[in-house]
Design a protein around this ligand. Structure first.
Ligand code: MLT
Length: 265
């Protein structure tokens, strides 16, 4: 697994396959292994880049607040290092916040967008306060409190009851996250800009996907993005919650593949 020193932070990433480039950005508090099924499905025909965002997985943490803008800049620097002029950028949840921040800053480097289980709006004041408390708790108590609180909101009750390996994988991913990385990203999410106005300026092919039972970024958020992004395609994945790319990997991958064919053609 390669590392790159970007903006003074060591960023870990995988770079697999060849063809047109797709950069997939994980959500909170996960790491690049969130995309294992997508790498398997796409890397025969595409170059798939999966970074660990700063503070996650094997990437270094920065102190203080890790903003979505900083993370977007890390992705742009990584693309420079990998000599990728432009790519399709996809993100799940916080990864989607980073993708929108990237589009805002580096529009010319985006060929297409995949917005999965995410939303454009900023946090409410109440949510911001909750993030600050969560950041303090992560630093004081470690990741277990966050993992236990998030788990039932990430997966459908059916997955929780019947797919123990998925539950274990998602929980293990959260537990392996460094508390200081999670805290910095929580403060960064609290500080993120509202990107609702940006949506009507998006003029690249855009695929929006969301789990029907997503309890964190509900279907209505995706419907609003779909209404505002001209020509976008909205796919609602049945029997899926917030991590729809894992819970319904097959359907997610089929949609992603057809979309990428369209972007490249
Ligand atoms: C995520 O999955 O990235 C987070 O749940 C997003 C959020 O907390 O807003």
């Amino acid at each position: 697994m390669p590392f790159s020193n970007l903006n003074n932070i060591q960023i870990a990433y995988d770079d697999q396959g060849s063809g047109s480039a797709v950069v997939l950005i994980h959500g909170f508090p996960f790491n690049r292994s969130l995309w294992n099924e997508q790498i398997d499905a796409l890397s025969e025909s595409h170059r798939v880049i999966t970074p660990d965002l700063r503070g996650f997985g094997e990437s270094e943490s920065s102190s203080g607040t890790a903003t979505m803008t900083m993370m977007a800049e890390d992705i742009a620097r990584l693309m420079d290092v990998l000599e990728i002029e432009n790519a399709t950028l996809g993100g799940l949840s916080m990864g989607g916040y980073v993708v929108l921040a990237f589009y805002k800053q580096f529009r010319a480097r985006v060929r297409g967008l995949v917005l999965a289980d995410t939303r454009p709006q900023a946090d409410t004041e109440e949510a911001k306060e909750g993030r600050t408390q969560q950041a303090e708790r992560a630093l004081a108590e470690g990741m277990a409190t966050i993992a236990d609180a998030m788990l039932p909101k990430l997966l459908t009750p059916e997955t929780v009851a019947k797919r123990p390996s998925v539950v274990k994988r998602i929980r293990d991913m959260m537990m392996s996250t460094k508390p200081e990385g999670a805290a910095a990203a929580l403060l960064g999410m609290a500080a993120r800009e509202d990107q609702t106005q940006l949506l009507s300026t998006i003029d690249v092919p855009t695929l929006i996907m969301v789990g029907r039972d997503d309890a964190i970024t509900p279907v209505q958020d995706s419907q609003k993005m779909h209404e505002r992004i001209t020509g976008s395609r909205l796919v609602i994945l049945e029997n899926a919650g917030h991590v729809s790319n894992v819970e319904r990997a097959e359907t997610f991958n089929e949609e992603l593949r057809s979309f990428l064919d369209l972007v490249v053609s």
